[in-house]
Each structure stands twice: as structure tokens, then as C-alpha cells.
Write a protein of this length. Sequence first.
Length: 140
Amino acid sequence: MKVEIFSDVVCPWCYIGHKRFARAAARHAGVVEVTYRPFELNPTATAEGEPLLEALRRKFGGDVAQMTSRVAAVGAEEGLELHFDRAVSANSFEAHRLDRAGLRRGLGAPMTERLFAAHFTDGSTSPTPRCWPSWPPRSG
């Protein structure tokens, strides 16, 4: 089976979908050939970024805490730690470049997973090419 996945490492629903798809693909009896495609959720964001909660408040208004707590709860059901209070709304172009570099080195899904975790768990901005050597996938 061939599957194309379009996602952005700064999208919480993409992270949740990534986990769900990995679990489903592992249960599939045949070969699953996955092609990851980059999608920039916010291509006009700066590389430095700003606190995600502020960006969400400006974009959507309303009760951002209620919105993010619901998404975090769905993520927790999948075993994910989503810390919206740590996350930074930043341009993800360099993260997509790093993800592609990881794919060429055989690190596809683990690199994508690491980039998602860096954003939502660690609160890191997208890595620049200068710091790529410090971005190996976590073991385990």
C-alpha cells in the first residue's frame, strides 16, 4: 500500500495523526510505503516565532485554554505530551528541510517524530541548518 502524508511539525493534529497512522500501519499485513510531504501551516511566521498561545489567541480569539486543553487531552490518549504553554509559533521551513535530510539518511519517521516532540514537548523552534548535527532522533 502506498500512502502520502502531508503534514507540518507545528500542527498538533498532524502529530496525533502521525501516531495513529504509525499504529495502524504496524497492524497492516502488507508493506506500507509512506511518502512524507511538507506542508507549512503558517508560512508567514518568522523563524524566531512567538509563544504559541499568544499566536492562537490573536488568530482565533476566544478561550484558547479550552481549545488547547481539548487537543492536549486527545494527544494524551495517544501517549503524547503536548505542552502548548511551551510551544512556539514559528516558521517550519527549516524543520521540513531537516526532515527531508533525515529521510535521505534512513531516519524518516523517527526524525519526523523527533521534530514533533521538539515542538510540542520541548518547546523548541524549528532548527536552523547550523544546529542540525544536534538534532538526532531520540532513541527508544
